[in-house]
Write a protein that binds this ligand. Sequence first.
Ligand code: SF4
Ligand code: SF4
Length: 482
Amino acid sequence: MSALPRPVGVRPDARKSAALARPIAVLAAPEFAVLALDQGSGTASVPVVAVGDPVRLGTLVARPAAPDSVSLHAPVSGRVRAIEQRPLVHGDGLCVVIENDGAERLDTAVRPVGWNGLAGPELLERLHEAGIAGLGGAAFPAGVKLAAARTADVSMLLLNGAECEPWICCDDALMRERAADVVLGAQVMLAASGADSCVVAIEDDKPEAVAAMTTAIDAAGDARITLRALPAVYPLGAERQLIDAVTGREVPHDRLPPAIGVVCQNVGTAAAVARWVRTGWPAIARIVTVTGSGVAEPANVEARIGTTVAQLVAACGGYCGEPLSLIAGGAMTGRALGTDAAPVTKGLACVVAATASDLSPRGPERPCIRCGDCSAACPAYLLPQQLHRAALVDDEAGLARLGLADCIECGCCDYVCPSGIPLVERFRAAKARKLERDIDRLRAEEARGRHERHLRRLAAEAEAERRAFDEARRRARPADPG
Ligand code: SF4
Ligand code: SF4
């Protein structure tokens, strides 16, 4: 059980109303679709097309290279014009660039999926092949996660509609307008995962979404699916925090949710699954919140994967005011975006063009006064002030003991710190240093292993030579005259 009362976190002012004032706008497909092989979640996918190849909408363009990468499909019909480095949301990376011929020709594989007639494992395989990934931001392959849930015999599918970040509202808009899709997606994922029940969790500051989802669940008449409204506290939408709030049980820090019988998926992922079974469309589009005082007409837009951020902003009336920074993701967990040429990936839920009025400047950093506010706000029940002390001197053992790995980088500690200490920045840097050291250690171990194998081979060769020499000498020795 958690030591602190639930739910722990902070209550930043919601900044969602401007984007929610308009219905979801479905954008035209871009002239060039830029498909990042690294969708920001794990291992980059491997292209299966070459420059010059014709593709249709839904044609497989890249296959997963590891369990944490996803299939990528052409979001337009046309021709592959380049496979080259392009700026991405999270740095540069290799992209497949497809020129749109405007014909919207469908790949022959794109057809409705009779999911009811499929056994669970086959359904999972098909879902994985469709490239469906967690649309809440993680972009982890949904098929892999659901397969792990099936293996672990989970009982509950938890659909995350909490959406606690102050600016992001693409899930809210989706639930208001496409609630029936979320319910259909839940039914398909129940069949795929083998779970007995599904809880749709929504924060109670989204009454329209709660009403629409209630109506859709009632209309489906599926007693396995229920809705749970939860208090609006950031970061309730983080997976472990949501599971804790819904079930009252903590996921052990060294285990995954199936260990306590739960698998969590985002409501947007459920809607993507519903579209796939209804139409056969693989994961080639998503809803993105485009907002901030630097955007003329904030809105939630449905864009093809590979549309650039610049095109999203243009569709929302363009820039206005003096945007100071572009943020990918929300204000609490998002990261600065160096360029609006970066394409939409499966994990991109929000773009904020922030002006000075949106950003509360952090005052000068002052010494820690040991007020304990950061610990009280930390949803992972960590001690950020102690973590910070350890991070400053790069005390690797101390950071491990204090649970740096459990920090979800939610920013709650930053938000409440009266001394303006950039805690999360320091924790991210400490994690990056640890990762570098781990990689160095791994490389050193590999090099040592290679060297030892080399020495063993030399010794074996020398031994073989010695034996051959002895044998040759024995044969050459004149026979004993007796
Ligand atoms: S220590 Fe990590 S998990 Fe805890 S509040 Fe800070 S950022 Fe969030
Ligand atoms: S909130 Fe800031 S000042 Fe207070 S204990 Fe934490 S790090 Fe120190």
